[in-house]
Design a binder for this molecule. Structure first.
Ligand code: PSU
Ligand code: MN
Length: 385
C-alpha cells in the first residue's frame, strides 16, 4: 500500500470518507467540497479499521476505476451496518462510480393495483437499464433495507406490504418486518447507500386542510435534509400544491422544471405555480444537482418532469374525479397514511381507469429522465461526487 501524501489529501469517494469518519454525508460533503480542505488530515486509504457498527461492503478491497498515485486501493464500508443489504449489481456499480437509480416501492404496494403494479415495477427497471443506469428498487425485506430488489421481492411487494415511511423503519429493522418504502424512506436509504438519483411518480405533500390536520408528508421534511435528486411529476392534484411548494421553499429544496417553467400537476402537465429553475434537458438538470451535492448544501433537488402530452388527462376529468375522491375520503373519515392510497384508488375508479394509465406513463417517463441524469452525474465523477 502506497501512503497518500499527507499535506495534500486526495479527492475522496464517499466510501472513503465513511471509512475515515464512520458516518455518512456530512463528513463526505465537507471533504468533497472543492472549496474546503479536508480536516483533520486523512490517513492513507486502506489503513482504516472497519468502524464499530459497520461492516465491510461485501468484504472486498476494491480497486478504483482510475487508480491515482497514493490510492491504488480503498475499502468501502456500508453505512447502515447490519440493516443495509445491496444487491451485488448495485454494490459493484456504486463502487465503480457507475450510474444507479433508486426506485421507491410504496407505489408498487399502494399506488397501483395488482397486477399492473408488478408489470410497472419491472417495466420501470427496464427503462432505467435502457437509459444506461442500474435500477435499485428499495424496500425493507425481512428487516433489511434492500437496495436492489430482485424479481421475488417485487412479486412480494406487489402482493402487498405495509407502507413504510421513515418513522416505520426502526420497528421493521428490529422485528425483521417487510415494508414498501415511501419517497421519504427510500430517499433516506438511497442516500445512506450512496445513490444520488431517486425516481418516483409523485411526491407526497401538504394535504388539503393541512392547517387543521397537520397532514404534511414526511417526504417534504426528508427532501429538506437528504442530499440527492428526486425525479417526479410534481405532487398529486389531490394535494394542496401551493402549500406543498411553500413547504419545499421553507426547507430549501431546489425545484427544477425539466423542460417546463411550471410545476407539473401529476395527471396534468402544468399547475399555475412556477419552478425555481428551468433545465432544458437532463444534462442541465444534472449540472444543478451536481452543484448542490458538491457545494455542501444538505437537501434535495426536486426535478419535476411533466407527464407526456399524449398521456395527460383532460383538466375537467381530473376536477370531477378529484371532487368525488375527496368527498368519499371525507365521508369515510380516512386519515393518516391511508389518505394517499385511498385517494389514488378513488381517482382510478372515478376516471374509469384513466388515471391509472396516466400514472404508469408518467413513472416510465420519469425513469428515463432519472437514468439520463444519473448517467450525466456519473460522467462528472461518480454516482455521488
Ligand atoms: N404519489 C403517487 N403514488 C404514490 C405515492 C405518492 O402518485 O404511491 C406514495 C409515495 O410513496 C409517497 C407517499 O412517498 O405516497 C406519500 O405518502 P404520505 O402522504 O402518507 O407521506
Ligand atoms: Mn400523511
Amino acid at each position: 500500500m502506497v501512503a497518500a501524501a499527507v499535506d495534500r489529501p486526495p479527492r475522496l469517494k464517499r466510501a472513503d470518507v465513511l471509512a475515515v469518519y464512520g458516518q455518512a454525508f456530512p463528513a463526505w460533503l465537507f471533504c468533497r467540497s472543492p472549496w474546503l480542505r479536508p480536516e483533520p488530515p486523512l490517513r492513507p486509504p486502506g489503513s482504516f479499521p472497519c468502524p464499530a457498527g459497520f461492516r465491510p461492503l461485501g468484504g472486498k478491497t476494491i480497486a478504483p476505476e482510475r487508480p491515482r498515485e497514493g490510492r491504488e486501493r480503498h475499502v468501502t464500508f456500508c453505512p447502515l451496518g447490519p440493516y443495509l443489504e445491496a444487491s451485488d449489481e448495485v454494490r459493484e456499480a456504486l463502487a465503480a462510480g457507475r450510474p444507479v437509480v433508486a426506485l421507491e416501492s410504496t407505489i408498487i404496494s399502494h399506488g397501483l393495483p395488482y397486477p399492473a403494479n408488478l408489470d410497472t415495477a419491472v417495466a420501470v427497471e427496464e427503462v432505467v437499464r435502457r437509459g444506461g443506469a442500474v435500477p435499485a428498487t428499495i424496500a425493507v425485506i425481512r428487516g433489511q433495507a434492500r437496495v436492489g430488489c430482485d424479481r421475488g421481492d417485487l412479486e412480494r411487494l406487489a402482493a402487498g406490504a405495509i407502507k413504510a415511511s421513515v418513522r416505520d423503519l426502526p420497528a421493521l429493522y428490529a422485528r425483521g418486518g417487510t415494508g414498501a418504502t415511501t419517497v421519504a424512506a427510500t430517499a433516506t436509504i438511497a442516500a445512506q447507500a450512496g445513490i444520488s438519483v431517486l425516481v418516483t411518480g409523485g411526491i407526497g405533500g401538504a394535504h388539503r386542510g393541512w392547517g387543521e390536520t397537520l397532514d404534511i408528508s414526511a417526504d417534504l421534511e426528508v427532501l429538506g435534509r437528504v442530499s440527492l435528486a428526486v425525479v417526479c411529476s410534481g405532487a398529486k392534484a389531490v394535494l394542496d400544491v401551493a402549500a406543498t411548494l411553500e413547504y419545499l421553499e421553507t426547507k430549501g429544496v431546489t425545484v427544477v422544471g425539466l423542460g417546463t417553467d411550471r410545476f407539473p400537476g401529476f395527471y396534468l402537465r402544468a399547475t399555475p405555480f412556477p419552478v425555481d429553475a428551468v433545465a432544458a434537458d437532463p444534462t442541465e438538470a444534472a449540472a444543478i444537482v451536481s452543484a448542490r451535492l458538491a457545494s455542501g448544501l444538505p437537501g434535495a433537488v426536486l426535478v419535476a418532469v411533466p407527464i407526456p402530452a399524449a398521456d395527460e388527462l383532460p383538466p375537467a376529468v381530473v376536477e370531477t374525479a378529484l371532487a368525488a375522491a375527496l368527498g368519499e375520503a371525507a365521508a369515510r373519515g380516512v386519515t393518516g397514511k391511508d389518505v394517499t392510497p385511498f385517494l389514488l384508488e378513488a381517482m382510478r375508479q372515478a376516471t374509469g381507469g384513466r388515471s391509472l394509465g396516466a400514472n404508469i406513463a408518467l413513472v416510465l417517463n420519469n425513469a428515463a429522465a432519472g437514468a439520463a441524469i444519473a448517467v450525466e452525474l456519473a460522467k462528472a465523477g461518480g454516482s455521488r461526487p
